[in-house]
Design a protein around this ligand. Sequence first.
Ligand code: MFK
Length: 551
Amino acid sequence: MDFIQTAPQLGNQFRDDRVLRAFLDHALPSSVRAAIESDLDALGAHAAQAWHEARERTPSEPLLTQWDAWGTRIDRIETTPVWQHGAALAARFGLVAAGHEPAHGEHARTDQFARVYLHHVASEFHTCPLAMSDGAATALKASGNRALIERALPHLLSRDAASLWLSGQWMTETAGGSDVGRTGTRARRDGDGQWRLYGRKWFTSAVVGEMALALARPDGAHDGTDALALFYLETRDAAGRWNGIRVDRLKDKLGTRELPTAEIHLDGARAELVGEAAHGVRLIAPVLNITRTWNAVCALATMRRCLALAFDYARRRQAFGRALLEQPLHRATLAALQAEFEAAFQLVFFVTGLLGRVEAGAAAADEKALLRVLTPLAKLWTGKLAVRIASETCEAFGGAGYIEDTGIPQLLRDAQVYPIWEGTTNVLALDVLRALGTNGIDALARAAAALLAEAGGDRYGIGAALAAARDWFAAHAVQRDALEAGARGLALTLARGFAATLLARHAAWAARTRGDARPSAALALFAAHGLSRLAPPTMDAAAVLADNCAP
Ligand code: MFK
């Protein structure tokens, strides 16, 4: 009989997640921790079950049918079975609502994002429209538009699947991808004073949702970002007919294939202004920051799934006379990835805690500035890290990691969306510059110093790495091109350095309260791979190499 390798197994993804459990023990009051335990346990069980069930069925993808048999345009999108069950799970576990409910005060966002983190991989990226719905609820609250708040929030934050709404965030166009200021969609008032939208949106991930927030340029407004206005629209009328929306096609994507991302035309869609008839990017910024937080949490969830599978497999798989996990090089490889994950985990969940404090009105001014800068830092670093860990996971499985029905390649294909969605790494690095310039760099330095004091010392030169980044920022502040050219290195250094301060604090707590040496070991490994990613001066060399096509 030929040898048959046993497949990797996943246990309850809450019970098995030492890092999540210890973080929640550390960060939450015991009453909140106890109140959410059973929901997290159920989500952890569902995550494992969904993984194993997915291995046993043929993958399915959404389907767009544009015309019925008699020639009527219908634009019907059938979603996958997992998506059809998505609203029920989202409502039952409050995947959006928990972040907005007052029961757990400033801990609401930590509770919510622990749920999202456990559910994400099992959801087939149903978390994408949930993220945008959360962003829309947050932006509408911030707008103060009472009519829209009363109309949409009870649906967006519903715990009843029958009344739960999903929202889209319709920004991206053919000319305006990152440069949203090039938006071509027009907004025009008809004879009744009703705003109507006309134009093409090139990536709409939630056209199956009930509403959307969309940017458009009111007729007569000038070019550029600040003249754009933010509009609210519902996708269908009371009879279920499309509201002036045509679905041109679903995108053929590298990953996230269960997510029906569409190209659409707006052809007189009825819409309401959210605020003034300008400054729409400022009004939609809460959506950006919330979805970037979701992006970071979901990237973290992919890393955790990869590591859970890779470690389990390394215990099962024998090579050269012993389990892979007993092989020094394989063990060192996985441990280094685990260390990166543990540092990233501390950063992302620190951001969720800070968001909860800011929204609950419990935060000082410094904490608001810190949240503004840590949000893009967490998003950009975890996006890159998820791809790296997913790629290493494929390799850790050898040939099996390249075979579709193991489920491993999909983790890599899906992970590649994290650095792209919601702003690429470079766009986010430039956003970090925006945030650093408005008190962010000082807030970050003060917070890092306080965290290192709590950690009881700085054995790995974390303070020095952050100080060097701060000096680099100050030295380049007036050389805009040099500042931008080095922005990615600066951002990665700040993300790694600040994550290290958080991991140091957590490691000191874990050692003191439960004699757990693993977070300290993670910190040592993380720091050993270097905290600084500051770019050496490369402006001139980059300019020369830009001409690399000439013979
Ligand atoms: C499972 C994972 C969950 C995630 C799912 C998400 C799926 C969503 C799919 C998508 O929709 S992806 C499309 C996402 N597109 C982007 O993220 C756009 C990328 N481009 C940017 O982020 C640009 O930086 C931006 C368009 C926001 C601004 O570019 P500009 O034209 O240079 O604008 P400007 O003048 O710098 O900023 C305009 C205003 O917004 C300024 O405020 P004021 O009007 O008061 O001066 C900025 O300070 C403010 N602003 C910009 N970014 C901000 C912000 N405010 C707060 N937070 C921010 N992040």
